[in-house]
Design a binder for this molecule. Structure first.
Ligand SMILES: C[S@@+](CC[C@H](N)C(=O)[O-])C[C@H]1O[C@@H](n2cnc3c(N)ncnc32)[C@H](O)[C@@H]1O
Length: 240
């Protein structure tokens, strides 16, 4: 059964995820950077560096949220970055950040669902997605849609949480992720479920070789996983 934020609610995962991110949007950046001690910023930077050699001119950031990954991608000096997300609350915060940095000519945010994107086949040199895929209602549909709109030889870069496997990191991390993070997250975001959904959804989500296998089975090539910070997260890269 799908892991959803609000267990007693009968709405689809997509609707629940949208509601949850709308709820936590004002506190999302603060909580992200606090709960990860800023490491998430370094992960995004590392993922964007992987794209440097490809020199992508058109980039689509899927599940862009408050646009941190899209803003980081400016380092690649592309012609255009488009960010899409289903949560208007997250997009509104992202747009404010983009305006503050005077990047509105180069980054455009729009509402869009990864499962049905309003772009022609073979549109983008690179597609990025950080901490988004775990929230998709139908993972394979979303990944297949990304492949459709990626140009031939284009590159996909995904960051997603994984599960550390080695003692004692696994034990320490699980204690933090399951016992401490949900309490701080609930206190600050005021959403009763969002920071319980986070560890629950990570636990149920494929990672490492399994996720690489899903990308390959959908037709991506050169699929790889790069482990981050003792296996807490992975960068996945793939080509079309
Ligand atoms: C954890 S946030 C990540 C935001 C941003 N990429 C980052 O690195 O901070 C996950 C985002 O995925 C978005 N999302 C979930 N399902 C989606 C879908 N089907 N299509 C597009 N965005 C989706 C949520 O609205 C949310 O903003």
């Amino acid at each position: 059964m799908a892991v959803v934020p609000y267990k007693d609610n009968s709405d689809s995962k997509r609707v629940q995820v949208e509601t949850m991110f709308d709820n936590i949007a004002p506190k999302y950046d603060f909580l992200n950077h606090t709960l990860s001690a800023g490491i998430d910023v370094l992960w995004r930077r590392k993922a964007i560096k992987i794209l440097q050699a490809k020199n992508p001119k058109t980039i689509l950031d899927i599940a862009t949220g408050t646009a941190d990954f899209a803003i980081e991608a400016i380092a690649l000096n592309p012609d255009k970055i488009i960010g899409v997300d289903i949560s208007e609350g997250m997009l509104a915060i992202g747009r404010k950040k983009i305006e503050k940095k005077n990047l509105q000519q180069r980054i455009v945010l729009q509402n869009g669902d990864c499962e049905k994107l309003d772009f022609a086949n073979n549109s983008f040199d690179a597609i990025t997605c950080s901490f988004g895929v775990r929230n998709f209602e139908h993972l394979q549909l979303g990944l297949a849609e990304m492949l459709r709109i990626l140009k031939p030889n284009g590159t996909l870069v995904i960051i997603e949480f994984a599960q550390p496997e080695k003692f004692p990191i696994k034990q320490v991390y699980n204690f933090y992720f399951k016992r401490i993070l949900p309490v701080i997250g609930k206190l600050i975001s005021k959403d009763t479920a969002a920071y319980t959904y986070l560890p629950d959804s990570v636990k149920a989500f494929p990672y490492g070789a399994e996720f690489v296998g899903i990308l390959s089975s959908l037709g991506y090539t050169n699929c790889k996983a790069i482990s981050l910070t003792f296996g807490v997260a992975n960068i996945y890269t793939a080509s079309k």
